[in-house]
Design a protein around this ligand. Structure first.
Ligand code: ARG
Length: 312
């Protein structure tokens, strides 16, 4: 009898595990997955206190004190206008003195919606300098009536929200990057909390320290990536799940953050100015390109995608 109980427990565990780490283990197709509504709201944090004051990624080296605040403000303003022009509902939160990276509001949380309820998993920032940002974003989400979820386990390490965790367009499937800012272990708890499958992607190049610097969701069948940022096993999973993979060159991905773009509607792509090569590929695949200058924010290692948070 003892044995029987043991067998059932093991089977239950297998059924419950929704973490995928190799192409062979992925036993579903995108069509099999539950639908997820597309978010129509955008949160942005004013860059009033944006600056490079410390170095927590390779792009920030040599940039301390080099941000031109007037330019940063006007670049940010253009981005706000751009989101509004695409029909998104933009909500704006004030920045906080002493939190120069808070403007990158993709990082403090991972919002979720099944169409009826809205939840948000709060991040655990990797760097001490950014930890205080999370409570401010949490307070804001409480005001939006989101159910607030925290990662509880002692040993899960860091999790940097939508810097590393990206929703597959319109599907209940999470792509989870790990290696620099988020720990692999965080995703088991996230998968359980939201009851969603997670495909884990290992990041191997510190210049591409967040998943959103090397993977940009475009459509359910189409993604833009910088391939060398991933381990081979991870690349195989990307190629298995997307019919169309657009690759960015190393110059545009590293120097212009081409892959830190956003496609909120499966049609329009908002991207840093000057990404000539990848823009041609994107246009050939049917996307409309909208270019923005984010040069001041590139000094901190961020661009269009991480300067906003899409939510419901
Ligand atoms: N200076 C910020 C940091 O290193 C930039 C964050 C950019 N965010 C992103 N998701 N790529 O944390």
């Amino acid at each position: 009898m003892g044995e029987t109980t043991q067998v059932i427990k093991n089977e239950d565990l297998l059924v419950m595990s929704q973490i995928y780490t190799s192409a062979d283990s992925i036993d579903f197709t995108i069509k099999d997955l539950d639908e997820m509504p597309q978010p129509h709201r955008v949160l942005m944090v004013k860059p009033s206190f944006f600056d490079v004051e410390y170095v927590i990624n390779p792009h920030m080296k040599g940039q301390i004190g080099k941000v031109d605040n007037m330019r940063a403000k006007s670049e940010w303003d253009f981005l706000v206008t751009g989101f509004k022009e695409l029909g998104l509902d933009v909500q704006i939160l004030d920045g906080e003195e002493g939190l120069p990276d808070m403007v990158f509001c993709a990082n403090q949380s991972l919002p979720y919606s099944d169409g009826e309820t809205q939840k948000v998993i709060m991040s655990r920032m990797f760097a001490d300098q950014r930890k205080k940002e999370v409570a401010i974003i949490e307070k804001w989400f409480k005001q939006q009536n989101y159910e607030i979820l925290h990662l509880d386990s002692e040993n899960i390490g860091a999790f940097e929200g939508m810097g590393d965790a990206l929703w597959h367009p319109k599907k209940k499937l999470l792509w989870g990057g790990y290696g620099f800012r988020t720990s692999e272990e965080a995703y088991s708890e996230i998968s359980e909390l939201l009851d969603v499958p997670v495909i884990l992607l290992e990041l191997v190049d510190e210049r591409f320290y967040h998943l959103d610097t090397c993977m940009c969701m475009l459509r359910s069948d189409c993604v833009m990536i910088y391939p060398d940022a991933f381990s081979e096993k991870s690349l195989e999973m990307i190629y298995k799940m997307f019919g169309h993979v657009i690759e960015s060159s190393s110059y545009e991905a590293e120097k212009l953050f081409s892959v830190n773009a956003v496609c909120p509607d499966g049609k329009n792509v908002m991207i840093q100015q000057g990404c000539t090569d990848v823009n041609k590929k994107l246009r050939d695949a049917g996307f409309s390109i909208h270019e923005y200058s984010t040069y001041q924010f590139l000094k901190s290692g961020g661009s269009v995608f991480c300067m906003k948070l899409l939510y419901w």
